[in-house]
Design a protein around this ligand. Structure first.
Ligand code: CP
Length: 337
């Protein structure tokens, strides 16, 4: 595909292609040179209009491991501060020979708008959404999927390994682009997804949003039917979501996206929805905990649990991110240049 803007229309076969390509790059990363010449001569531009540690550095490292040249745009020191528009900024990087743009913005839809402009101008540029507002964070969804699937089969990760697994996604679902991307991938995999959070951060209308596409009379709702898709179950209490869970995904309280009346007291939130060693007793003994980061230590997850390698997959998620982003850049870029 030309652009990766959302996981909403990814098929199981496409997930498997990304997972298996990432597994190959994981092997490359374990060699002494850690590099392949796959995207030599290509230019990959990171356009991060919103702050990031993991995603920006991981995309940059992934591009370098593929031997591409990288450009990093920093909004605070750019001509954005002189009034240049986002689209003109993107066109400036296009004129320098950019082949792929990795875009993060606090508003939903900006990567889509740039992709549309690149298509309108008839360019070959591919656009990757690196997180847009509350909408989606596809590369995070894919690296979470890779982290889970490689735990179940290190050498041959594939989505069907998650069929029937109980996965609890806990916390600020309303503002989480990570939750939205994971909902698409995990429900497509056939996992049993449970969402848990306070009613202000998991409103009742969310149930409508997460229903699988319905089929109108005489119309095929999805060209590749996926009968295993189950709608997620919504809980306003934590315990039922944790009961017998295989995996628990915690989410950051996104204070920067909340009006003050939505923000629970952090102590109260931790008491009701914070993941601790005690709370994990309800889950399967083999349970593992994920968090996309950055973490509010002691709020979404206890500090001890976060650092406990028997339960926490947080470091593995970051490590997986490089191989998964190499796979994405490679699959999008190997036909270019
Ligand atoms: N998970 C994630 O997107 O982290 P950053 O904001 O640090 O990129």
């Amino acid at each position: 595909r030309r652009h990766v803007l959302s996981l909403a229309d990814f098929s199981p076969a496409e997930y498997d292609t990304v997972l298996q390509t990432a597994a190959s790059f994981r092997e490359v990363l374990s060699t002494r040179t850690k590099k392949v010449p796959a995207l030599q001569g290509q230019v990959i531009t990171n356009l991060f209009f919103e702050s990031s540690t993991r995603t920006r550095s991981s995309f940059e490292l992934a591009a370098k491991r593929l031997s591409a040249d990288t450009l990093n745009f920093a909004p605070g020191t750019s001509s954005l501060t002189k009034g240049e528009t986002i689209l003109d900024t993107a066109k400036t990087y296009l004129a320098m020979g950019t082949d792929m743009m990795v875009i993060r913005h606090k508003e939903a839809g900006v990567p889509q708008a740039i992709a549309q402009e690149m298509d309108r101008l008839n360019t070959h540029v591919g656009v990757l959404n690196a997180g847009d507002g509350q909408h989606e964070h596809p590369s995070q969804g894919l690296l979470d999927l890779f982290t889970l699937c490689t735990l179940l089969d290190h050498d041959y990760p594939r989505v069907d390994l998650l069929r029937g697994k109980k996965i609890a996604i806990v916390g600020d679902i309303l503002h989480s682009r990570v939750a939205r991307s994971n909902l698409w991938s995990l429900t497509t995999s056939g996992a049993e997804v449970h969402l848990a959070g306070p009613p202000t951060l998991l409103p009742h209308w969310f149930a409508e949003f997460v229903k699988p596409p319905s089929k109108k009379a005489g119309e095929q709702a999805n060209p590749t039917p996926q009968p295993s898709i189950l709608p997620p179950t919504i809980h306003w209490e934590l315990d039922p979501a944790l009961e017998n869970a295989d995996f628990v995904m915690t989410l950051r309280l996104q204070k920067e996206r909340m009006t003050s009346h939505l923000l629970p007291s952090l102590r109260e939130y931790h008491q009701q929805f914070g993941i601790t060693g005690d709370r994990l007793q309800r889950c399967k003994p083999s349970v593992k905990v994920l968090h996309p980061g950055p973490v509010n230590r002691g709020v979404e997850i206890s500090s001890e649990l976060m650092d406990d390698p028997d339960f926490s997959l947080i470091s593995q998620q970051v490590t997986s991110g490089v191989a998964v982003r190499m796979a994405l850049l490679y699959l999008m870029g190997s036909g270019k240049g």
